[in-house]
Design a protein around this ligand. Structure first.
Ligand SMILES: Nc1ncnc2c1ncn2[C@@H]1O[C@H](COP(=O)(O)OP(=O)(O)O)[C@@H](O)[C@H]1O
Ligand SMILES: [Mg+2]
Length: 225
């Protein structure tokens, strides 16, 4: 049977810097049959981008991969409805938990549930989706763990910082920082004059250099090298 046609995955981040270890660990968890993997970490650390990249990476393992953005949902009681609404179900009347179980029993499915942190009471509803067949696997992104006993948490940490100025250009944290600054100031380049400042800023951002574009403005001392 051909896999059902669902909504295409949203475009990923394009380039994912320095997340090889995260990708490999979560892929291993899925390969070994983990039912629920939570990518846990603070906002802006890279959870959504990692989940999207992962979805593309493992897509061939599944008949269907569904990305569901839960950020706008306010009621934990609506989580299963939100998931069912995204799946290419042949019928959509009735209990959403039953509809999802029926779908996933027939089609090996990976659900990516993005932004779960404000819906933690809905973890109990996710548990209702688990069946003996093991044909459903779920990856959740959240600032907090869901607290289910068979959940595998994968903490998403800061990008690695450079060992010293000589290694700055090859450090993922610095590379991301430079890309974010260049998005605001295209003439910016990493050079001998500004590398120590860049490293210091990456340290202050705890390697979460995504914030360079969103949490602060490029400081005046970041002049072109
Ligand atoms: N390692 C990385 N490589 C490439 N882009 C990154 C990386 N880390 C963060 N970003 C970018 O930073 C922003 C925040 O990442 P995001 O995945 O949305 O964080 P979160 O979901 O944890 O809030 C996104 O624009 C993302 O593309
Ligand atoms: Mg996110």
């Amino acid at each position: 049977m051909n896999p059902p046609l669902g909504a295409p995955l949203p475009a990923g981040p394009g380039l994912l810097l320095g997340r090889e270890h995260d990708l490999s660990r979560v892929t291993d968890l899925l390969h070994t049959g983990c039912w629920l993997v939570t990518l846990r970490g603070p906002g802006g650390i890279n959870k959504t981008a990692l989940a999207l990249y992962l979805a593309q990476w493992v897509q061939a393992m599944y008949g269907h991969v569904q990305f569901v953005d839960l950020s706008a949902l306010r009621d934990p009681g609506e989580v299963l409805n939100a998931i069912a609404a995204q799946l290419p179900l042949s019928a959509n009347e009735g209990d959403p938990g039953r509809l999802i179980r029926e779908f996933t029993a027939q089609t090996r499915t990976l659900l990516i549930l993005d932004n779960f942190e404000h819906l933690l009471p809905a973890a109990l509803h996710l548990a209702e989706l688990k069946t003996g067949e093991g044909t459903l696997q779920i990856v959740v992104t959240s600032r907090a763990a869901l607290g289910l006993h068979d959940e595998h948490e994968h903490p998403v940490g800061p990008l690695a910082l450079p060992e010293g100025v000589l290694h700055a250009a090859s450090s993922p944290a610095v590379q991301l920082f430079v890309r974010r600054v260049q998005a605001l100031r295209p003439s910016f380049e990493l050079g001998a004059g500004n590398t120590p400042d860049v490293i210091r800023l990456c340290e202050l951002l705890e390697g979460g250099a995504a914030g360079a574009g969103t949490r602060c403005c490029p400081p005046a001392q970041l002049r072109p090298a």
